[in-house]
Design a binder for this molecule. Sequence first.
Ligand code: F6R
Length: 612
Amino acid sequence: MCGIVGYVGKKQSVEVLLEALSRLEYRGYDSAGVAVLNGKGVEIRRKAGKLQGLMESIHKKPVNGHIGIGHTRWATHGEPSERNSHPHTSESGSIAIVHNGIIENYAELKEKLLAKGYKFKSQTDTEIVVHLIAEHAKKLSIEEAFRKTLTQLRGSYAICLVSKDEPDRLYAARFGSPLLVGIGKGEGFFASDAPAILGLTREVMYLNDGDFVVLTASDVKVSTVAGKAVKRKITSIDWDLSAARKDGYDHYMLKEIHEQPAAIEQTLFNRLDLDKNEITFDAKTKKFLNNLSKQERVIIISCGTAYHAGLVGEYMLEEYAHMPVDVDLASEFRYRGPMLDKNTTIIAITQSGETADTLAGIRMAKKHGSKVLAICNVMGSSIAREADAVIYTHAGPEIAVASTKAYTAQVTALILLTLYLTKQRKLVTATKWKSLLKGLHELPKTVEKALATEADVKTLSAKYASLRNFYYLGRRYNFPSALEGALKLKEVCPLIHAEGYAAGEMKHGPISLIHMGWPVVFVATDSPVYEKVVSNIQEVRARRGECIVVASEGNEEIRKNVDSLIHVPKTEELFSPIVVAVPLQFFAYYVACANQCDVDQPPNLAKSVTVE
Ligand code: F6R
């Protein structure tokens, strides 16, 4: 989604801003811009389209100055165009702001500004903010005018401001959209996301909702909007810059698919202890889990791919830990008035930790006295900070818009959680426990073997790349795999429509579309319902559909029922969604490449969805 950066220091700010913005490109955006104090005033440069266009125009006509702000925009109010790109300026041009989020009462505020004679150059909600600041600044200092404006806004925001009249400082505020401060030697940064400033500094200060910041090259002052000073911890980013680069791969998505064994290893690290024959968590998480009541009800909330991980979690928590689990799309959960109480635990699954619906869902649940456990990838993110306990996936930065390694790491975290609770509730025999731990320990290697499907899947993708509609079918633990496989394909290859269904559901409707050559991807790995899946394959073949089947290694019998076959390593059923995900990710990736799609930044999509 939109990205924000800010810089104050001794360097040419435009160079820092463009470098930082380029690191936020993965979030998805449709236009970009910067505002720099050039010694005379605020100089604005904006361009619709990719950042490269903005870079080229700045290269032709440089902008000089040591303080500035920058933005990549993902359109919400108004089409992607130069005039709607950020930064937006006051009428005099002396104040510029960049904004992430949505101002919900912008129409009402705009009416008032129009009545006062303000003229609007863009269709954005952001422009009202800069005019309001300018209006208040007629009587107040910039800082006070900014604070007063914030009290009038409803919705979500991270805003950075630069003003000609205050040439040594930047201002920023956050409410509902992520923002952090980077602290360097004699320089300071703002960024909506830590990778933006990786390589520039490692010291960051994550801001809370309601924080207001004054940043100079030598100082950071954080306060509430009302002006009460608050302290925020400085933490050190432990990610490596190389983790945010492509390392020779054509796309981040491909790199991240290949990183899955390492990501899973990281998720298991310090939690799976084969020597002690146990699964453990940090003290806070253990305390949280040990305090769950026998009657505890679990609601998993999440969005998109993380929702699919949640669905896998439902199968395992119910089967192994005997806990009643519901899985909700966070965007539905927050508005359907769910029954919540202190015996309900919410598990919020999220890569970014910033997804607006998931964040709103946990806030609502906490108000009703429910407890919140987050499964999250980004340390210090809003959801991680607001949850009562966190299981970090430690998958490393995920740059491609389409989630791959974060998904399999989320499922791994759910396995750890399930097995911990299963043991705690004495629901597993010693022999089964041993074999589960062994399988879990081998999971990174098993996924490594699944990566060996790449060449075959690539060949297969070439065969099917010209088709425009796909079904994905699976059952039990691999029903979510079908949903995830279909989501991956339509996400990275927007020319294709793909739909996932529970295989048993097909005859209740979707089968009506099956005709000669219609491609159906089946997940038919070993499971108690394997034969039922084979029956579903027969139903498609009877209508001359094209069956692309993912089956367990060693299953040669199935060859007679398929048009294309992908073998994946054998595993316990609860590990299978992780192994199955790999060829489905490759399939989506290579079909998209064959169709020349922008794999890492598909149109209309954003990495971190910080608006409703
Ligand atoms: C799909 C994808 C999205 C995210 C969803 C939730 O590949 O990336 O569907 O899974 O937007 O995001 P997080 O996990 O950051 O809450």
